[in-house]
Design a protein around this ligand. Structure first.
Ligand SMILES: Nc1ncnc2c1ncn2[C@@H]1O[C@H](COP(=O)(O)OP(=O)(O)OP(=O)(O)O)[C@@H](O)[C@H]1O
Ligand SMILES: [Mg+2]
Length: 324
């Protein structure tokens, strides 16, 4: 395995386990996790509170030894080659750090110095990051005056100072308003453009769907599903297309039921209802078929299963509801 982009997984775990012993007995926080993350991806780790996300992340970042199993990060074993791993990763902990009376620029320079940069180099790097994260104007204000979104962006910047190939972000957008969240997604996508692999945890379905190239869903310490958001949703049931055809229902059902791309066709509430594998291919095909018969649909509605439908199918509960 290699750390070069495109040359193999940048994270690979086999049978990863972590237990904690406490007064109440033993807690199995991570119970046999197998993961493979490709270089250059934004990989999401989606799961409810207490699922084992942070514990997994801390193991991958060498902050916590696994009880059993192995994890390779950037080509190095987290247990035996922790120093090699550490120089190649950035880690931004859940809910950020507490801030003293330092400015954003000072925080970045201190971090650069911790990674062995000269004062001058750390200063140059701080300016680069402040500009990339649109914090230049606030660079010399104390962090205490930053908004929640600005603090999260600064935290990501602190994790990027030493140009890691891989950045771990533990719930980077939890508690932010929708605008600040969308803003942060843009910054994370920019990181991917520069070739950085991003491994983030979230319990927001929309975030996993909109931002991640691939994701693993974790529940009760185990991975219950893995794939791209689209793959996971297709696994569920395909897409549902409903069509209003102004009284031509029977004719249209007969026509469409005979098409190879239609799994099932029927009428419901006066609308034709089709189950198809891929809605984006079915819509133009249906329009062409209706057009050839001189029929124009009055309405057309494509429903795609959501990641919550995926979570529900895999766990028997709704993530939206268990988060509420
Ligand atoms: N140091 C610890 N000692 C004992 N139990 C722990 C410790 N750290 C985590 N746990 C337990 O392990 C389980 C997984 O916790 P973890 O923090 O990994 O979950 P999480 O998915 O990050 O949750 P959240 O979404 O709330 O951040 C929980 O039951 C938690 O109480
Ligand atoms: Mg956590």
């Amino acid at each position: 395995m290699s750390a070069q982009p495109g040359a193999g997984p940048v994270i690979e775990t086999v049978g990863l386990r972590r237990t904690f012993k406490g007064r109440g007995g033993t807690v199995e926080a991570v119970a046999g996790v197998d993961l493979s993350v490709a270089a250059g991806d934004i990989f999401g780790f989606l799961g409810p509170n207490g699922a084992g996300k942070t514990t997994t992340l801390r193991i991958l970042a060498t902050l916590l030894p696994p009880t059993a199993g192995t994890a390779c990060v950037a080509g190095f074993d987290v247990a035996r080659e922790a120093r090699e791993v550490r120089t190649r990763i950035g880690y931004v902990a859940q809910s950020g750090g507490s801030y003293r009376e330092s400015t954003g620029r000072e925080e970045l320079v201190i971090q650069g110095r911790l990674f062995g940069m000269s004062k001058a180099d750390a200063g140059v790097r701080a300016v680069e990051i402040l500009e990339a994260l649109d914090l230049a104007e606030a660079a010399d204000r104390t962090c205490a005056t930053y908004s929640g979104g600005m603090r999260r962006r600064l935290n990501i910047g602190i994790g990027m100072v030493h140009r890691p190939a891989l950045l771990f972000l533990d719930e980077p957008t939890t508690g932010l308003d929708p605008q600040a969240r969308a803003r942060l997604w843009e910054e994370i996508r920019k990181l991917r453009e520069t070739g950085t692999t991003v491994f983030l945890t979230t319990h927001y379905l929309e975030e996993a769907d909109a931002l991640c190239d691939r994701l693993a869903i974790i529940d009760h310490s185990r991975i219950v599903a893995e794939g791209s958001p689209t793959e996971l949703k297709h696994e569920i049931s395909g897409d549902v297309l409903t069509i209003g055809v102004n009284g031509h229902g029977d004719e249209v059902v007969k026509l469409l039921a005979a098409q190879p791309f239609v799994r099932e066709a029927g009428m419901e509430d006066g609308l034709v209802r089709l189950f198809v594998d891929r809605g984006e291919e079915a819509v133009p095909a249906v329009l062409r078929l209706l057009d050839a018969k001189g029929l124009a649909p009055s309405t057309m509605n494509l429903h795609r299963p959501s990641l919550d439908d995926v979570f529900l199918k895999k766990t028997g509960r709704s993530l939206r509801e268990s988060a509420a």
